[in-house]
Design a protein around this ligand. Sequence first.
Ligand code: MG
Ligand code: FE
Length: 168
Amino acid sequence: MTDARTNLIDWLRDAHAMEKQAETMLKAQHERLEHYPELKNRIGQHIEETKSQAEALEGCLTRLGESTSGFKDAAGKMSAMAQGMGGMFASDEVVKGSMAGYTFEHMEIASYRALIAAAEAVGDVDTADVCRGILAEEVEMADWLGEHLPAVTRQFLARDEADVTAKR
Ligand code: MG
Ligand code: FE
């Protein structure tokens, strides 16, 4: 096996772990949001996209002749970082969570840009196509969060100013 192919497989596994972590973070945010219906809906949509992304990555690994059984170990790798980014359960969690989500999406974008290049380098057209499809979803989510962050922030500030207890 070539080094490039080994790297591609490693990075596909890393991406899979990243998506599992994304699913955990998004679900936690989705469950807790009460007063930001637009944000909640968009996160709900991205949870479904994220699940499909993880499955698509499993498909790539299977096509490359890799077993998908060792996934549990890899999933733990991302958790420390994700927890650090979370800002969950703080009173301003809706803002912190949006910021963390925006950051996370850009980490995903970077991963898929690298994966596309790696897949192309070994001539794995199918994996490159899958990763381009996923990349488009990540870009859309990142852009949405970036565009809505100011409004979410203003809404939070207004609720905070009015001393509304449920700020999320
Ligand atoms: Mg993703
Ligand atoms: Fe994403």
